[in-house]
Write a protein that binds this ligand. Sequence first.
Ligand code: ZN
Length: 105
Amino acid sequence: MPAYEFGCTGCGHNEAHHHRITDAPALGSTRRCSACGRSTSVRIPSIAVVNIAKARADAKYPYVSRRWSNTELAGMCREDGGGHPIVESRRHEREIMARTGLVRE
Ligand SMILES: [Zn+2]
């Protein structure tokens, strides 16, 4: 069962509670704090969840752009065999957009 993190707004104590995914407590829901006994322990987003979201966002890089041509990118990218630019990373993509005014595909 995954662990869900709670942070107590009363005393600052952090703790994790295990629940089945189907019984996952909603973000912002509260329960009794094991440290101070008040019902002020609030579910907070866990670092693991945030990292999974980042990993998903990063998973699409590098990719071969079908929309941008390497001529308009003026040598900012490596090319695949067919003259299509290779976008290496999210940072690279941002740099391309900033320098050329092109928009994300
Ligand atoms: Zn507490």
